[in-house]
Design a protein around this ligand. Structure first.
Ligand code: TYD
Length: 210
């Protein structure tokens, strides 16, 4: 029999850029808060010192080696886990986090690291209760970035990189991953996510024996 869940929930939003993760995270947060759940929202890279360093890499990744870049993402996550995620889970919060270690496996995997090894290097980080993996053809993502944000693509968002990133995301098999078809309308995608949340909460209340 599984232990009755007493801690909070860690729900992470993963996928390639421009698939609507951030919009959906905000919508889900409003929905759960209106129902009275103790929700907090957060993101990686964080606004901490390592996260800020990472943001300076957006326009020119050649400023540091791939290994240094990977280490920055890991240092940022370690700080996030210690200062926010672990305490909030212990307090029973429902954490909605925009990107987490599957992003490291996929993005840093896309520049040559072994995704499995990256996952192992993240073993310090709490395993999410649910990872919503947003999937849409990379063309849709890049079009949304350029038209919606009125922006050009940064180094992490170049089309060929995103194709490799999407392929790695799709190949990672974990029991907590649920694929979200991000090609629908905002409301359609929101309803898919609500469905997964309902399942997660009911599984936690009625744990199955294993
Ligand atoms: P993103 O969520 O797009 O942040 P913002 O809205 O501030 O642009 O994430 C920034 C980029 O960082 C994104 O292209 C993916 C990349 N990234 C990694 O390469 N590895 C990681 O571990 C994480 C968390 C993000």
């Amino acid at each position: 029999m599984k232990k009755q869940k007493t801690e909070g929930f860690l729900i992470v939003f993963e996928g390639t850029d421009g698939t609507g993760k951030s919009t959906q995270l905000d919508l889900l947060a409003s929905y759960l808060l209106a129902k009275g759940y103790p929700v907090i929202t957060t993101r990686e890279p964080t606004n901490g010192k390592y996260g800020q360093q990472i943001r300076t890499l957006y326009t020119n990744r050649k400023q540091c080696s791939h290994e240094e870049e990977l280490e920055l993402f890991l240092a940022d996550r370690r700080q996030h886990v210690d200062e926010l995620l672990t305490p909030a889970l212990a307090e029973g919060k429902i954490i909605l986090c925009d990107r987490y270690f599957l992003s490291t496996a996929a993005y840093q995997g896309a520049v040559g690291f072994d995704p499995e090894e990256i996952l192992q290097r993240n073993s310090f980080a709490p395993v999410p209760d649910l990872a919503l993996l947003f999937q849409a053809p990379p063309e849709i993502g890049t079009e949304r970035i350029v038209k919606g944000r009125g922006d050009s693509l940064n180094d992490f968002e170049q089309q060929d990189t995103l194709k490799r990133v999407a392929a790695i995301f799709a190949a990672i098999k974990k029991p907590y991953i649920r694929v979200v078809d991000a090609t629908g309308t905002i409301e359609e995608v929101h309803l898919q996510i609500r469905h997964y949340i309902t399942l997660l909460f009911s599984e936690a209340q009625h744990p199955t024996s294993d």
